[in-house]
Design a protein around this ligand. Structure first.
Ligand code: TMP
Length: 208
C-alpha cells in the first residue's frame, strides 16, 4: 500500500529544474523528511547505461521507436528499484523528469501517436503517476541559450528549435488538461523566487 509521496519536476531544457529539484530535496531533508532525489533517464545502474545510449550525440541513427522504448525501459527499472520501494516505506520521492517528458518529447516532439504512448505507459508503469508535478516553464530561446552557455549539448538538445517548441507546447497542454496534478511555475523568475514558490507549494501538500 502506498504511504509516501511521489513528486516530479518537468520542463524543457534550461529551466533550472535539476537545481530546483536538488534545492527542494535539501530543504525537505533539513525539515526531517525522508526524501529521495532521483532522475530520468537514469536513477539506477541500468538506467545510467540507458541514459548514455540515449543522450550520446554519436547515436544519430537511433529511431524514434528505439528512443521511446529505451526511455520506458529506464523508467520500469527506476520504478521497481528506486521509486516504489521508497514510496512504500513512506519517503518523499523527487524525480527530475518522468512520463510527462515522454509525452512531451516523444509524443509532441517526435510525433509518435499519443495512444501508443499511453499503451506502453500502462505496461511500463501500470499507469503510476506522480502525486504532484512541478512544470517549470520558460520560453525555448531562453532555455536553450542557458544550456548552450554551459556547453550542455546532448543528442536531444541538438534537435532544432521547432522540436523544442513542440515539446514546450506539449507540456503546456498536459498542464491545461491536468491542472490538479501539474502545477505551472514561471522559470523566468529569479532562482530564489522559483525556489520559494516550489517550497511553498510542496510543503503545503506534503504537510497536509
Ligand atoms: P535532462 O537533460 O533533464 O537530464 O534530460 C535528458 C534528456 O532526455 C532531455 O533532453 C529530455 C529527454 N527526455 C525525453 O526525451 N524523454 C523522456 O521520457 C525523458 C525522461 C527525457
Amino acid at each position: 500500500m502506498k504511504k509516501g509521496f511521489f513528486l516530479s519536476f518537468e520542463g524543457i531544457e534550461g529551466t533550472g529544474k535539476s537545481t530546483q529539484a536538488r534545492l527542494l530535496f535539501e530543504r525537505l531533508r533539513e525539515k526531517g523528511f525522508d526524501a529521495v532525489l532521483t532522475e530520468e533517464p537514469g536513477g539506477t545502474k541500468i538506467g545510467h547505461k540507458i541514459r548514455e545510449l540515449l543522450l550520446s550525440p554519436d547515436h544519430q541513427e537511433m529511431t524514434p521507436l528505439t528512443e521511446l522504448l529505451l526511455y520506458f525501459a529506464s523508467r520500469t527499472q527506476h520504478l521497481a528499484q528506486v521509486i516504489i520501494p521508497a514510496v512504500n516505506r513512506g519517503a518523499v520521492v523527487i524525480t527530475d523528469r518522468f512520463t510527462d517528458s515522454t509525452i512531451a518529447y516523444q509524443g509532441y516532439g517526435r510525433g509518435i501517436a499519443l495512444h501508443l504512448l499511453h499503451s506502453l505507459d500502462t505496461i511500463a508503469t501500470e499507469g503510476m503517476q506522480p502525486d504532484i508535478t512541478l512544470l517549470l516553464d520558460l520560453d525555448v530561446e531562453t532555455g536553450l541559450g542557458r544550456n548552450r552557455g554551459i556547453n550542455k549539448t546532448d543528442r536531444i538538445e541538438l534537435e532544432d528549435i521547432r522540436f523544442h517548441k513542440r515539446v514546450r507546447n506539449g507540456f503546456l497542454e498536459l498542464a491545461a488538461q491536468q491542472p490538479e496534478r501539474i502545477k505551472l511555475i514561471d522559470a523566468s523568475l529569479e532562482k530564489e523566487e522559483v525556489r520559494k514558490r516550489v517550497l511553498d507549494l510542496v510543503l503545503d501538500i506534503v504537510s497536509s
